[in-house]
Design a protein around this ligand. Structure first.
Ligand SMILES: [Cu+2]
Length: 766
């Protein structure tokens, strides 16, 4: 059977995850001996085609080799076709799928719909889980089934930590764990992780902890003059004391700690799991934001239930997450401002509580129905305490006061295996989004603050959206060497709290609202409508019958987005007063400058193609087996109906070619990454172009029975290049506007990529 009617099982499992799962009756996996050496790929259950429609799954095999190479969880998805990344802090980059990223993707971490609680989206969902805790990632591109999540238009990414393990009958208490550490030369990054499990047949307790830290990284060459991070004139007293070399990328340091305690209880076919999580990021620099993260604390309580019945499977989850986030300036950015204002504290408090119930009902051998509901209540306060005695005093600036964004959703989905060749999936989802926010105020009543606040406070801010999603797809398998999956999806996303409710047209306040990393300033728009995407996509997949040695996959796609939430320049009509306003005619016309924008609905279209493949070059030679891998991504996007601009942050044409050698316990990879110049840029945002580049990366791993070693060199030739989606470099200097001149970041520099980095990591199981 080409698609199992059984609830989802892991199709391919590394021995490590087999260890985690070895006694888990929750999995339909065949029992795998716990002394299977690391790196052995064990195929269990059905064929590898037994994956959820429209999805790509990464398991421990894919993720383990990257643990030593990155502390940035999103980048674990680097080899998934169609994915690229928005650059941000060292542990906070964001995946983009087919040109749609950030809140346009539904990202579930251990089943929780996490929300970035920050006006710069410094804490996006995947920053809440460390790469060493990731056991599995499932990526649904544009044709995501409605059961995979709502309030998103670009697809769904599910990232999960290991499933609980239990002792086998008669085995007594199971004690196991793993520990690892890594070092990366560029930035002197170090980290460690530890996890330990004690389990009986019905009760399992797991602790995991990890930590990672890094100094600023260096680029492959000078991209600015060496010198003090900034010089303040005339207040030379407040000059920087930090020296940055010409190749040092300011504000890229970070430190992060994640801990969790998991408890799981099982009885027959019922499983209850409780996870308590705690994350602390004491500092994380942002080279493409005017602020840095100076503290981020997250606490999570996540309680889940899975029950298997004769009729199918019932899953339920309730979670609550609390983020306390603080921004200010780290040492590469000026701290003291006019009036001796000591920095600019900005605080955010986000409370996110959700519940999900989902039933997979097997109506017949042919028909599987998934029905469910989701509730999410999100509360956000975003306030900026006064600083000094000048423009940032004497009151608290309330950016979002008692913001509320609640979602209520219900869905039904029908999956049918008509014949061994034909599978269909049809789903409908309805979602209500209720948003509101309280009254606001500026630091004082100067400039635009009083007028903007009064207008905002007098407005009707209680907004309700009724969103309908639909996914219809079919999978045709004419032979065991070919699959074609195609379909249509309609997906809707409501604006986030910042897009609707950021209210101040003051230049400094606007520059603090930036979800894009482009150095510009933004103001919200109470008239924003939800954006609705219509996607047509097909995936053609050719492979050998066992899906082991060779395959080629091609995915063309087209998306039309009605009311795409974009931005337009703000002009004099957008500000309550004109004195000191930055929304001016000059702003409307500005080129080669940072500008001020207002969120706005426009229609847009995106289209492109992903190509990926692998084939054997040589098998079982004296030097082992050699496999070639290739990946090519192409995406274009523009606004339509008269605005005619390129969409912001679209990855230029890019490809990756690699050769993998396997010999005994060794796996060696040589990879060339090629990226075209980014010249199709968003004019409305004065997006900075980036040149094309190619990089060579080398990776090796050796696996013993319980020990695994990873070493590698990234950017072997130490090339200087710029991240096409890394945004504008504002990583040093007097980053808080207004004004231009000495010490302030100049428009026109993109954030450079990392120069050569040599890394090594070791992981031990016990
Ligand atoms: Cu922030």
């Amino acid at each position: 059977m080409l698609f199992s009617q059984k609830p989802i099982t892991l199709a391919v499992s590394l021995a490590l995850s087999a260890l985690w799962n070895n006694a888990a009756a929750q999995s339909d996996a065949a029992t795998v001996s716990s002394d299977t050496p690391l790196m052995t790929v064990v195929v269990v259950g059905s064929q590898p085609v037994d994956v959820e429609p429209g999805s790509v799954t990464l398991d421990a095999t894919d993720v383990l080799p990257l643990r030593a190479a990155t502390s940035d969880t999103a980048t674990l998805l680097r080899d998934v076709p169609g994915i690229s990344f928005y650059g941000a802090g060292g542990v906070s980059s964001q995946p983009v799928m087919h040109g749609l990223g950030d809140d346009r993707l539904r990202i579930k971490v251990d089943g929780m719909d996490l929300v970035s609680a920050c006006a710069n989206h410094m804490n996006p969902p995947l920053s809440y889980i460390d790469p060493t805790s990731v056991a599995k990632a499932t990526v649904f591109a544009g044709l995501a089934p409605v059961s995979s999540g709502g309030d998103s238009i670009g697809g769904t990414i599910r990232v999960d930590s290991p499933e609980p393990v239990f002792a086998l009958a008669g085995q007594g208490t199971l004690l196991q764990g793993e520990a690892g550490t890594f070092y990366r030369s560029n930035g002197n990054a170090v980290g460690a992780n530890l996890s330990a499990t004690a389990a009986g047949e019905n009760l399992s307790v797991t602790y995991s902890g990890s930590t990672a830290q890094s100094d600023n990284y260096t680029a492959g060459g000078d991209f600015k003059p060496a010198g003090l991070a900034f010089i303040k004139t005339p207040q030379s007293l407040y000059n920087s004391t930090t020296w940055l070399d010409g190749d040092e990328v300011g504000s890229t340091m970070y430190q992060s700690t994640n801990q969790s305690l998991g408890l799981a209880l099982r009885h027959d076919n019922q499983l209850v799991d409780l996870k308590l999580g705690y994350q602390h990021i004491p500092y994380q620099g942002f080279p493409n934001q005017r602020m840095d993260m100076t503290d981020n604390t997250s606490t999570q309580v996540n309680l889940g239930y899975t029950g298997r019945y004769d009729w199918g499977k019932l899953e339920a989850r309730i979670y609550t997450e609390h983020t306390e986030h603080e921004m200010n300036f780290l040492e590469d950015k000026a701290f003291w401002y006019t009036g001796n204002a000591p920095g600019m504290p900005m605080n955010t408090d986000g409370k996110n509580t959700g519940a999900v119930v989902k039933g997979d009902i097997m109506l017949s051998a042919r028909d599987l129905v998934r029905v469910g509901g989701e509730v999410q209540q999100y509360r956000l306060d975003d306030w900026w305490p006064p600083s000094g005695t000048g423009g940032m005093a004497p009151n608290i600036f309330w950016n979002i006061n008692d913001g509320k964004r609640d979602r209520y959703a219900a869905f039904a989905e029908w999956e049918a295996q008509w014949t061994p060749q034909w599978l269909s999936l049809l789903g409908l989802r309805y979602e209500t989004v209720n948003m509101n926010t309280g009254a606001v105020q500026g630091y004082n009543t100067n400039g635009t603050y009083a007028g903007d606040a009064a207008a905002f406070n007098a407005s009707d801010r209680s907004l309700t959206d009724h969103n309908w999603d639909l996914t219809a797809l079919a999978r045709y398998t004419p032979a065991n060497t070919q699959t074609i999956e195609f379909g249509y999806a309609r997906k809707t996303r409501s604006p986030n709290l910042y897009e609707r409710y950021a209210w101040s047209t003051g230049g400094m306040a606007m520059n603090m609202i930036n979800l894009a990393g482009d150095g510009n300033g933004y103001v919200g728009n109470l008239d924003l409508k939800p954006e609705t995407a219509h996607t047509l996509s097909a995936t053609f997949d050719w492979h050998d019958a066992a899906q082991q040695s060779s395959g080629l996959k091609i995915t063309p796609y087209y998306t039309y987005v009605q009311d795409y939430i974009n931005a337009r320049r703000c002009g004099s009509g957008d500000s309550a007063v004109t004195a000191m306003a930055v929304c001016t005619n000059a702003n409307l016309a500005a080129v080669d400058k940072f500008v001020f924008l207002k969120y706005d609905n426009q229609d847009a279209q995106l289209y492109g193609i992903d190509v990926s493949g692998y084939f054997p070059l040589a098998q079982n030679t004296g030097f082992g087996s050699f496999t070639a891998n290739g990946l090519l991504n192409y995406v274009r996007g523009e606004t339509t109906r008269g605005t005619d601009d390129h969409l912001y942050n679209l990855m230029p044409l890019n490809a990756k070619l690699s050769v993998t050698q396997r010999l005994g316990g060794w796996t060696n990879v040589a990879e060339v990454q090629m990226v075209d110049a980014k010249t199709d840029v968003s004019q409305i945002r004065n997006e900075v172009e980036t040149p094309g580049y190619s990089l060579l990366n080398l990776r090796s791993s050796y696996a013993w029975k319980t020990v695994r070693l990873d070493v590698g060199i990234e950017n072997v030739f130490d090339r200087l290049y710029f991240y096409p989606l890394g945004g504008a470099y504002v990583g040093q200097g007097i980053t808080m506007p207004p004004g231009a001149g000495a010490g302030r970041p100049a428009w026109g520099t993109a954030v450079p990529g990392m120069g050569r980095s040599i890394y090594a990591g070791i992981n031990v199981q016990f």
